[in-house]
Design a protein around this ligand. Sequence first.
Ligand SMILES: [Zn+2]
Length: 311
Amino acid sequence: MNNQVPEEEMEETRVTSCSNCGAKVEFEGESHAEECPFCASPIVIDTGTTKQIKPKGVLPFIKTEDKAREAMTEWLGKLWFAPNNLKEYARKGRKMQGMYVPYWTYDAQSESDYRGQRGDAYYVTERYTTTEDGKTVTKTRQVRKIRWSRRSGHISKFFDDILVLASKSLPKRFTDQLAPWDLSALVDYSPNYLAGYQAEAYSIELREGFDEAENVMEREIRNLVRRDIGGDEQRIDRLSTTLSAITYKHVLLPVWLAAYKYEGKTYRFVVNGQSGKVKGERPWSKAKIAIAVVSALVVIAIGVTVYQYTK
Ligand SMILES: [Zn+2]
C-alpha cells in the first residue's frame, strides 16, 4: 500500500504526551488531566500539535462509567491475595476514564497460487519380536505411514475489516483480550462523540499497522490452503499472494480505563466500552501469600503427624 494520504484526510490535533509511557492523549477543549490515564504518572503538558490521519469511524460507548466501575469493583472483590488497600481503592469508587483508543482496519482482495503436498495416512502391519517372561515372542503392530501426493491450486479471499491496534500505551495482550468488537456498529466520525471522553492519538503509523494486517491475512490464507489440499497432513511448498483493492480506515474504539500506582508500579484495568468485557492487571499481597503458604505447611505437618500416630 502506498504512503500518500490525501491532505483532506489529515488533521492537526493538540496532544499531551506522557513522558513516562509515551501515550499521546488529545484533550477536549480546555480540560487537562493531572495524571496520565494509561500509567497514572504526573503528566507533562505539551501544547504542541501533531498532524494525523482523521478518524473515519467511531464506535460509540454503550456501557456507562457506572457499569464499568461496577465491573471493576466486582473483579477486584474476587481477587485472592490482593492487598487490602487495593480493595479500599475500589470501594472509594475512583473515577474511570472513557478513552477512545485508535485502531486501523484494512480491507483487501487476495489472490494466492500455491503448490504443496497432500499426505494421506495408511497403516501397515509390522512384525516385531519382544521378550515376555524370559521368552522371545513375535507380535504384530499397526504403524502409521503417510503417502504424499502433489497438489496445487488457487485461493481467492476478500478480507474485510482486519483490526490492528494503533497504540502502544496499552499492552497488546491486554487489548487483544477486549475483543471481539462488533464493527457493524461503527458510525461516521464526528467530534461530537468525543465530548466527555478522551481520545488517544495513534502512535503506530498506517504502513506499520498494515504489516501486521498482512501477517493476519497470511495466516488465514495458509489455513485456507491446508483445507484446500485436504488429506491428513499438508505441506505448503510455495505460496504467492497478490493483494489488490486495499483500503484502510482509522477508527476509534471505546474503552473504560483506570490506572493506578501501587508500590511504585503501574497497574491497569480496562473495560470494553461496547461489550463490557473486563481485563485487569493486579498486584499480589506478599504478606497474604506468605500467611497462606505457612498455613498450608502447617496443615500438611498436622496431617503427617496424625498419619504417623494412627499408623
Ligand atoms: Zn503515561
